[in-house]
Design a protein around this ligand. Structure first.
Ligand code: ATP
Length: 213
């Protein structure tokens, strides 16, 4: 089996150090390359403060200097809500039926999966890698999700390499209690979220300008 490809979607409004660190740890744990996909119009939440183009520029700046994590702008090119199922179908068509594809989600996002468009079909096209997140108990799941994943849970990255899709792996990552909401609140209050976001975001004053009042 070839190395898995992992996708990490999000609003990234803005990207912060916990996004980067957990994506990096997942890349190492899975021996995978990870693509970060900013959602153009996130269907499950309030609309972002920064535009899709601005958020993608922040991700691009944050990823400079390494090759393992990359920016994938496909959701920015589609009109309407960014449905993960559409992204998985597109990527699956590109990589072929055999290569393991892993959708990375934080524990909070995973618990909300049953509200996602055609969520049951996600498992037909990808594995789910569930990243631990402080303040979110990965064991507390809605019944329909618990039922859906009961026979899919696995405990090693190796088992994701044995099949192209369909399994669920908890990935214990360094607990980092950072959120984009916290970063936005600091910027709106005229403070600097230094060391919560990568230094590269301060290099060009235009990057964080959408969040400053
Ligand atoms: P907000 O505070 O605006 O809700 P956020 O910090 O949760 O934003 P998102 O862009 O919504 O960031 O998250 C993208 C993905 O990253 C989601 O799957 C989310 O669960 C995960 N994630 C975000 N922050 C962390 C963190 N500190 N630890 C683990 N996973 C995280």
């Amino acid at each position: 089996m070839t190395r898995p490809l992992a996708l990490f979607g999000g609003t990234f409004d803005p990207i912060h150090n916990a996004h980067l660190r957990v994506a990096w740890e997942a890349a190492e744990c899975l021996d995978a390359d990870v693509r970060l996909l900013p959602a153009s119009v996130p269907p499950h939440r309030e609309q972002p403060v920064a535009s899709a183009r601005q958020r993608a520029a922040l991700v691009q700046a944050a990823l400079a200097g390494q090759v393992r994590l990359s920016l994938d702008t496909r959701e920015l090119q589609r009109d309407g809500p960014s449905y993960t199922i559409d992204t998985l179908l597109e990527v699956r068509a590109e990589i072929g039926p055999q290569r393991p594809l892993v959708l990375l989600v934080g524990a909070d996002a995973f618990a909300g999966l049953p509200s996602w468009h055609r969520w049951r079909e996600l498992f037909d096209h990808a594995h789910l890698g569930v990243l631990t997140r402080p303040g979110h108990d990965a064991a507390v799941l809605p019944t329909e999700l618990r039922t859906k994943i009961a026979s899919r849970r696995c405990s090693s990255a190796a088992s994701l390499r044995e099949a192209p899709a369909g399994r669920v792996l908890p990935i214990a990552v360094t607990p980092l209690e950072i959120s984009a909401s916290q970063v936005r609140a600091l910027l709106a209050a005229g403070r600097e979220p230094r060391y919560l976001v990568p230094d590269a975001l301060f290099a060009d004053p235009a990057l964080l300008a959408p969040y400053r009042r």
